[in-house]
Ligand binder design. Structure first.
Ligand code: SDX
Length: 425
């Protein structure tokens, strides 16, 4: 592989350095392109543009491979990893040993409480407030309580990972008018969250071990995904020197969109729409193929995966297991499987390499746990939090404080004379 690429522009030849990653990915370094040629590149939606070098997560979209710091996600999920261990892996580069893991879990456990004044914020939210609005607002407000400096980044990382699930559970309790349930320190991350969501002060609450295990797996599978829309947002905002809480709050906003993390909520709404319409999934597969229908198969397709999303493969099995073990029959799972089977044998989806993505089955598992549909994207955010923070830290550690600022090609009006108001037609 040559380490230089040739570009011919206006009859002149230029050489551009070629960068090859540890998995053989090839990038053409255009850092000096404009200075040398006066031209920039154009890539709407960044589908062909690398924004950085990163050592956190590797995806091979053609082969359907996803690894965190070199570990295949199936090995982490099937190897009995705790979500807290995967968070440590993403943030610090290696799985923790016994002592490191215990110290990390102690820290995460002892920062789960919110400042009591922050509880008052919930009184201002209307009961129907979307929990993503509450999460992004409350995360940004953490910067009012915990000032940011280089010296505070580690403790603020711990505070954010620990408090986000408390904010999420409190937002659910607020929406149903029940009292907040405080975290309990001997419980795992997943068990603590489920208890804060579903316990009530008037009776004991036992966490369902099937749900605790499934939630731990869901959080691991969502923990990072290289330069997706929300992670790129976090890196972009962090590049201006904005503090960790402000940067993550921006990432939460990006994730909310139905084309991104909001898809898990949209999938269940789509499946319910198909069920209400009589359950004829083939009719909706046909609808999704019609450009002017405005209907898409939510949970299908991916900018990077042109093969089965490895997370979706794991989640499809998990959905079966969780519903069976919990003794739940959900007709939406049958509709989802029918949709998948019909789409994967249809030339429209085959030609465009559209497969189920992480959002296609995840909502069915959250639903089985009793988590309301409008909380599904919050669940995605709780899982993605360590990945976002790792990406934010890597950006600052690798490139220092160098602001990200893309260029553009202007296609608007060229210079024109000012027309005073009285002369405007
Ligand atoms: C996530 O980037 C990440 O890593 C994201 C994520 C992560 O972990 O962070 O993996 C999480 O966001 C998963 C994706 C969740 N979104 C959805 O499930 C929404 C439904 N999917 C799509 O809207 C779409 O597939 C995207 C947004 C996911 C990807 O869009 P692209 O890469 O811009 O592809 P496209 O919209 O240009 O589609 C290419 C073609 C088009 O047809 P043609 O114009 O070529 O004829 O495929 C069609 C699209 O119409 N198409 C679909 C479709 N997705 C794409 N047709 C029907 N149903 C779909 N779901």
């Amino acid at each position: 592989m040559s380490n230089m690429a040739k570009l011919v522009l206006n009859g002149k030849e230029y050489s551009l350095p070629v960068v090859v990653g540890s998995e053989g990915e090839v990038g053409i370094d255009i850092a000096k392109l404009r200075a040398e040629t006066g031209a920039i590149t154009l890539d709407d939606g960044y589908g062909n543009t690398g924004s950085c070098k990163s050592a956190i997560t590797f995806i091979d979209g053609e082969k359907g491979i996803l690894r965190y710091r070199g570990y295949d996600i199936a090995d982490l999920v099937n190897g009995g990893c705790r979500f807290s261990e995967v968070a440590y892996l993403l943030l610090y580069g290696n799985l923790p040993n016994k002592e490191q893991g215990e110290k990390w879990r102690y820290n995460l456990t002892h920062h789960t409480l919110l400042h009591e004044d922050m509880k008052k914020f919930f009184e201002g939210f209307p009961p129907h407030a979307h929990p993503m609005a509450i999460l992004s607002g409350m995360v940004a407000c953490l910067s009012a309580y915990y000032p940011e400096s280089e010296a505070h980044i580690e403790i603020n990382t711990i505070r954010l990972l620990a408090k986000a699930k408390t904010i999420a559970a409190f937002s659910y309790k607020k929406s149903i008018g029940q009292p907040f349930v405080y975290p309990i320190n001997h419980l795992s991350y997943a068990a603590n969250f489920l208890r804060m969501m579903f316990a009530v002060p008037s009776e004991p609450y036992e966490v369902n071990p099937v749900f605790e295990k499934a939630l731990n797996q869901l959080l691991i599978l969502h923990a990072d995904h290289e330069q997706n829309c929300s992670a790129s947002t976090v890196r972009m905002v962090g590049s201006s020197g904005a503090n960790l809480f402000a940067s993550i709050s921006a990432g939460i906003g990006a994730l909310w969109g139905p084309l991104h993390g909001g898809a898990n909520q949209a999938v269940i709404e789509m499946l319910e729409q198909i069920k209400a319409d009589g359950g004829n999934h083939k009719k909706f597969v046909e609808l999704a193929k019609k450009k002017d229908s405005g209907f898409r198969l939510m949970g299908f397709g991916h900018r990077v995966y042109k093969n089965y999303d490895p997370r979706s493969r794991i989640l499809k099995d998990a959905a079966d297991k969780v519903l069976n073990q919990a003794g739940i029959r959900d007709p939406l799972l049958d509709i989802a499987k029918g949709l998948e089977e019909a789409a994967l044998s249809d030339s429209y989806f085959i030609e465009r390499k559209l497969y189920p993505n992480v959002d296609f089955y995840s909502g069915l598992i959250y639903r089985a746990m009793g988590i309301p549909t409008n909380m599904f994207t919050v669940m995605f955010a709780l899982g993605r939090l360590p990945g976002w923070i790792a990406q934010w830290k890597e950006r600052r550690e690798m490139e220092g404080l160098k602001i990200s600022r893309p260029r553009q090609i202007y296609i608007g009006q060229t210079k024109r004379a000012f027309v005073p108001l009285e002369q405007r037609p």
